[in-house]
Design a protein around this ligand. Structure first.
Ligand SMILES: C[S@@+](CC[C@H](N)C(=O)[O-])C[C@H]1O[C@@H](n2cnc3c(N)ncnc32)[C@H](O)[C@@H]1O
Length: 381
């Protein structure tokens, strides 16, 4: 099967790297997505292990369509009876860009009609109850090329299950995982987030350090499908659980001025089973004293958009810049939507990457010294 993982823009390369690390074949990264080939086993593995992607889709067909008749015929040709059981719910959603077929409700209606027609001729059922498991059908139409997918994931992969509660401006878990990768978080070392909010960066760093698969705490849509082999998820879960190792010398330390955020980080770390690796304390970044020796600061400060005003946010960047003094043993990685961040932080970042935090275009400023990370062992994921 051809499998696709949509990603946040800027994270495609990291997701592709993850997929190769997990042994998936024919991995290729494109704008906002990664594709590879695999069987149901890889579907389970990808859902359970991929940290930086959004969901795992099975591609059922790709064909050109200029008219609704083309769309109807293309969808009718798919062997829907292999995927959708007699009682399953099969809602349709999707999008269209630069194409003749641009009305989404009409496309949804035609696709649904084609599927019902096909299932009708196989199951000899007139009316589908759709009371069973949900098999979400997704379509995309790009320059008149239709792609039909099944969504195996359900709620996005970023919903790990540890963060039912968040503060006002939380980072998406998949983005936080990508930021940790880019900051070269390893199985050992000290990671500090001086403005940790609900603790997402610290928790993702800790989960990576101990090799805890991000999907171990949740279920996936395809687990309920009648076509999905029953034993695959339980077997993969048991194997991945046995791969968790307490790292020798890893610690993630968080601070926040808001006592509620401190409590939230603590309880989220507990839910994620990494409370032994995450320490958190109430503190103002103005009072921050970074300990001596190698460390990595990763943080998502207020940008002056959803939290504080621009001037107050810039004051914090200035303070952060004073605390994060250049040191070949240390890395500092900060995400912000403020184009003038570097002016206030006080130094140009040797590396930066454009990332989107929700709808906000941001830059990830990476003050990384080769020496700080070159000796560390690459994360075992
Ligand atoms: C954008 S949020 C961080 C969100 C976090 N990355 C998450 O995923 O939940 C910024 C955090 O900075 C904290 N903060 C604001 N001013 C601070 C200061 N002077 N010292 C320490 N923390 C501060 C806020 O309380 C807030 O929790």
């Amino acid at each position: 099967m051809k499998l696709t993982i949509p990603t946040l823009f800027g994270l495609e390369g990291l997701t592709a790297e993850e997929c190769r690390f997990y042994g998936f074949e024919d991995v290729s990264a494109d704008n906002g997505r990664v594709t590879f080939t695999g069987d149901f086993a890889e579907v389970a593995e990808a859902n359970l292990r991929v940290r930086t992607g959004e969901r795992v889709l099975i591609e059922l067909a790709e064909f050109p369509a200029y008219t609704f008749e083309d769309l109807f015929q293309g969808v009718s040709a798919i062997c829907w009876e292999l995927w959708v059981g007699r009682k399953d719910a099969f809602p349709v959603k999707g999008w269209s860009l630069n194409s003749k077929l641009h009305s989404i409700p009409d496309c949804q209606r035609i696709i649904k009609k084609a599927i019902v027609g096909r299932l009708n001729s196989r199951y000899h059922i007139e009316w589908f109850e759709e009371t069973g498991p949900k098999v979400q059908i997704q379509f995309s139409i790009m320059k008149d090329i239709v792609t039909i997918y099944l969504d195996t994931t359900g709620p996005g992969l970023h919903k790990r299950g540890y963060r039912a509660d968040a503060n006002d401006a939380p980072l998406r878990e998949s983005l936080a995982a990508g930021m940790c990768d880019l900051a070269r978080v390893r199985k050992s070392g000290l990671v500090i987030d001086p403005m940790c909010g609900s603790g997402t960066l610290l928790i993702e760093a800790a989960m990576q350090a101990c090799g805890r698969a991000p999907g171990l705490m949740r279920r996936f849509a395809c687990e309920k499908w009648s076509c999905f082999p029953e034993d695959l998820f339980p077997e993969a879960r048991a194997r991945l659980q046995s791969m968790i190792r307490k790292p020798d010398s890893f610690e993630a330390v968080g601070y926040d001025i808001d006592p509620k955020a401190v409590e939230l980080t603590r309880s989220n770390a507990k839910k994620a089973h990494v409370e032994d690796l995450v320490r958190v304390k109430k503190a103002n970044v103005r009072d921050l004293r970074l300990p001596d020796g190698p460390l990595t600061v990763i943080t998502n400060p207020p940008y002056g958009e959803r939290m504080l005003d621009t001037q107050q946010a810039r004051e914090l960047y200035k303070v952060l810049g004073q605390k994060c003094v250049p040191d070949p043993e240390r890395s500092y990685c900060i995400i912000s939507s403020d184009d003038e961040f570097e002016d206030y932080f006080g130094r140009k970042a040797p590396r930066r990457r454009k990332l989107y935090n929700g709808m906000l275009k941001c830059q990830y400023y990476m003050y990384i010294h080769e020496k700080a990370t070159s000796g560390g062992k690459k994360n075992g994921r």
